[in-house]
Design a protein around this ligand. Structure first.
Ligand code: SF4
Ligand code: SF4
Ligand code: FES
Length: 282
């Protein structure tokens, strides 16, 4: 599968397509269907009438309301995941015309602007399919547990103001904090593969999102209390050294998280941590 990236080179053709989109046209929506985990996949096509500014979710709702294929065969409603419908939760991520992205912010006008155009929807390939376009992103969240992606506090009582943070660090952390755990960076990463089962997650490649989040919490004045434990994890199997520097991740991230910059910064911290650990004798 060729992944087209949602970076600037695609923005021009998306706008051009929006400008030439034919109002009230009929398009074909081609969807990769799967009845459940481990079941074989099949393709089904649907003829759908679309109006200006519709998104992929509204088209899927039309399919759900009338689950009949383009050949006139009744079928089951298509299943997908979504939450916020404003590109914040990451749940609706899927592969659209070969490019991984959020379906709630994907305008049909940009991808199928002419009468009779086809838009293709597939589930992400790096996560197990639960059904149709809905995948299980549990491994993505497991990676965040591996790097202890939280600020440790030992009380629910008011502890007063926390330590001050300088503006430059705040700016760096803000950009990383925009991650919505969507999985685009993992879908595009050649080092992140579908194969590992849950028992092997702790040694499989952890993923760009988790490496960036380790940087986020290591830069936090209170969060850095766990810095050593995070770097220990990233020094081990599946850690930062497994990154092949293909840089696909940063190209597909819809939030512009500075992933490769963060991988570089964490890689340097891991090296210093390894040297310090060596001299400490552990
Ligand atoms: S880093 Fe970007 S692509 Fe990766 S999970 Fe976060 S928001 Fe999605
Ligand atoms: S830079 Fe590393 S994490 Fe990003 S896509 Fe390449 S191998 Fe994967
Ligand atoms: S539904 Fe939340 S990002 Fe699309």
């Amino acid at each position: 599968m060729t992944l087209a990236y949602a970076h600037e080179s695609t923005l021009a053709w998306r706008k051009a397509n929006r400008d030439r989109a034919v109002p009230n046209r009929t398009i074909t929506v081609r969807i990769k269907r799967c009845e459940g985990p481990g079941k074989p996949s099949r393709w089904e096509s649907f003829s759908i009438k679309v109006s200006p500014n519709e998104n992929v979710i509204s088209v899927l709702q039309k399919v759900a309301a009338n689950p009949v294929t383009a050949e006139g065969k009744p079928t089951t409603p298509v299943v997908w995941d979504s939450g916020c419908l404003e590109e914040v939760c990451g749940a609706c991520t899927m592969v659209i015309n070969g490019a991984v992205r959020q379906s709630c912010s994907c305008l049909i006008d940009e991808y199928a602007p002419a009468e009779g155009d086809t838009i293709t929807l597939e589930p992400m390939s790096k996560f197990p399919v639960i059904r149709d376009l809905w995948v299980d992103r549990a491994r993505l969240f497991h990676s965040l547990k591996r790097i202890k992606g939280w600020v440790p506090v030992d009380s629910t009582a008011a502890l007063g103001p926390g330590p001050k943070e300088d503006q430059a660090t705040q700016g760096t952390r803000y950009a990383i904090s925009e991650c919505m755990s969507c999985g685009c960076c993992l879908e595009a990463c050649p080092q992140f593969t579908l194969e590992p089962d849950a028992g092997e997650w702790d040694s499989a490649f952890i993923g760009a999102h988790a490496i960036a989040q380790a940087r986020l919490f290591n830069l936090h004045e209170t969060g850095k209390a766990l810095k050593g434990e995070r770097l220990d994890e990233l020094m081990g199997p599946g850690g930062v050294s497994d990154c092949g520097n293909a840089q696909n991740c940063v190209k597909v991230c819809p939030k512009g998280v500075p992933l490769t910059e963060s991988i570089g910064a964490v890689g340097r911290s891991v090296t210093l941590h390894a040297i310090a650990s060596f001299f400490r004798g552990r």
